[in-house]
Design a protein around this ligand. Structure first.
Ligand code: HEC
Length: 174
């Protein structure tokens, strides 16, 4: 009789582990499918906006761009975009003035490097993201091609599944 006890314990332990595993698997699957559902809702919304904005005229709103800069960027990148240690300068930044997709990705989802972590601002309105980027790309001695709002929306759609800041390697490789 007594010999059976360890076997029974083993039985219960094994089955509770299996049960726990199945429960966590179910929870994980439900979470993943909700994530996907959120993305497809977002994608639908953005695609509608894309159609509306595609052929619209756009003028950089420097005043609005400056206001967004003061609220969201100045604390790290500085009044003159000179960079506040350890954060990098945006004045003279090649990355900022280079192909627009890279700075768009950085502002949408953030960047993580040896100077620290910049959070993403994907919840900001797409026009504000466009204005602030055009403002810093054409101020503080910088010059770069104007970003049209449709490019911001396109970048949002293309990076919908992104949930964490980029590394520099990821941005350089694409
Ligand atoms: C919390 C501080 C912080 C805030 C706020 C912040 N950034 Fe950054 N930013 C960083 C850090 C840190 C990096 C670089 C990370 C690294 O490479 O080590 C960076 C890098 C960048 C770069 C790339 C620069 C280069 O030369 O590589 C751009 C462009 C940029 N930020 C734009 C912005 C804009 C626009 C805003 C406001 C919407 C903003 N940042 C807000 C911290 C911040």
């Amino acid at each position: 009789m007594n010999n059976n006890k360890p076997n029974k314990t083993k039985f219960y332990v094994t089955w509770s582990l299996v049960a726990m595993f199945l429960v966590s698997l179910t929870i994980a699957l439900v979470m993943v499918s909700n994530y996907k559902k959120d993305d497809s809702k977002q994608r639908y919304k953005l695609t509608q906006i894309y159609k509306d904005v595609k052929d619209s005229d756009y003028q950089i709103d420097m005043k609005r761009g400056a206001a967004v800069y003061q609220n969201y960027c100045l604390q790290c990148h500085g009044q003159q975009a000179q960079g506040l240690r350890p954060y990098p300068a945006l004045a003279g930044s090649e990355t900022l003035q280079g192909p627009m997709l890279v700075p768009l990705k950085i502002v949408l989802h953030g960047i993580r490097g040896n100077r620290g972590i910049m959070p993403g601002y994907k919840n900001l309105n797409y026009l504000d993201i466009t204005h602030v980027l055009n403002y810093v790309r054409n101020n503080f001695g910088n010059h770069a091609e104007t970003i049209h709002p449709v490019e911001t929306i396109k970048a949002k759609i293309d990076t919908l599944s992104r949930k964490t800041p980029y590394t520099r390697d990821e941005l350089n490789s694409k």
